[in-house]
Ligand binder design. Structure first.
Ligand SMILES: Nc1nc2c(ncn2[C@@H]2O[C@H](COP(=O)(O)OP(=O)(O)O)[C@@H](O)[C@H]2O)c(=O)[nH]1
Ligand SMILES: [Mg+2]
Length: 246
């Protein structure tokens, strides 16, 4: 369940046939805040275990976060082909339903595990811990985690990753960093994807970068097209630097 956004378990379990005045609101809201705190505190403990695992095994773990359809899986496919001769790669895929993305990644030849989150809108650190037990990624490898498409809850759930990489495609609008600041604040790198579509959409790259830097002055930013292979060498360079591959 997702106690943060209530996407899974309704707080009100009874039918409402009456006018809804919310006399009980303070009590319910207190309960929700407590539930949020408990869920995030428990998640942080699992995230710490994952972080220790990544450190002990000298791994780079990247958590790809974005809206649905920004191009995460496409970017992963291209990235794997660009990087797989340099180091071992493992992938964890997160979606509410289906194995479609894991099937796409499996075609690249790297080990992949699909997590279906059901009604929940994000991956959590406990799920990642279990996935690591099954995948047993090798020492010195890169782990890519493709989170559930959602610009809200995945920002709050630390997975123990080395970095969050937020992918924003130009069809989504240049104001998203201002509207979803938690995500852009939590990320180390923003990839502006689908720049091949810039001639056709009203997306101001300069303005987007200004908004993103307003939220997170330390955010690194690269412009790419995963399908047209634009900007991919700069992205691979970023990866190699962060994995010390030279
Ligand atoms: N024009 C264009 N389309 C892209 C690009 N990257 C991904 N797409 C398309 O966007 C759609 C969603 O891509 P997908 O990788 O499944 O997104 P995800 O939901 O974030 O994993 C697919 O139709 C892709 O072919 C890109 O750089 N340019
Ligand atoms: Mg995907």
């Amino acid at each position: 369940m997702c106690g943060i956004c209530g996407c899974s378990e309704p707080v009100h379990k009874h039918e409402h046939k009456h006018e809804h005045k919310h006399e009980h609101e303070p009590h319910e809201h207190g309960r929700i805040i407590k539930l949020e705190q408990d869920i995030l505190a428990e998640n942080n403990q699992y995230a710490q275990l994952n972080r220790e695992y990544f450190r002990a095994n000298n791994m780079l773990a990247l958590n790809f976060v974005s809206s649905p359809g920004s191009g995460k899986t496409t970017l992963l496919e291209k990235t794997i082909y660009g990087l797989k001769n340099k180091c071992a790669i493992t992938v964890i895929e997160g979606d509410q339903q289906t194995n479609r993305d894991a099937e796409r990644i499996a075609l690249t030849g790297v080990p992949v595990l699909q997590i279906n989150t059901g009604k929940s809108c994000h991956l959590d650190a406990h799920q990642i811990g279990h996935a690591l037990e099954k995948l047993t990624p090798p020492n010195d490898s890169v782990l890519f985690i493709e989170n559930v498409g959602n610009l809200v809850c995945p920002a709050l759930f630390d997975l123990g990753e080395s970095h969050k990489v937020v992918i924003l495609s130009v069809t989504e609008g240049d104001d998203k960093p201002l509207k979803y600041p938690e995500m852009f604040h939590a990320a180390s790198l923003m990839l502006i994807n689908k720049i091949d579509l810039l001639p056709y959409v009203d997306f101001n790259v300069t303005r987007c970068i200004e908004y993103a830097k307003r939220i997170n002055p330390k955010l690194a930013i690269l412009e790419i097209s995963a399908t047209k292979d634009q900007g991919m060498s700069a992205w691979l360079q970023w990866l190699k630097q962060h994995k010390n591959l030279g």
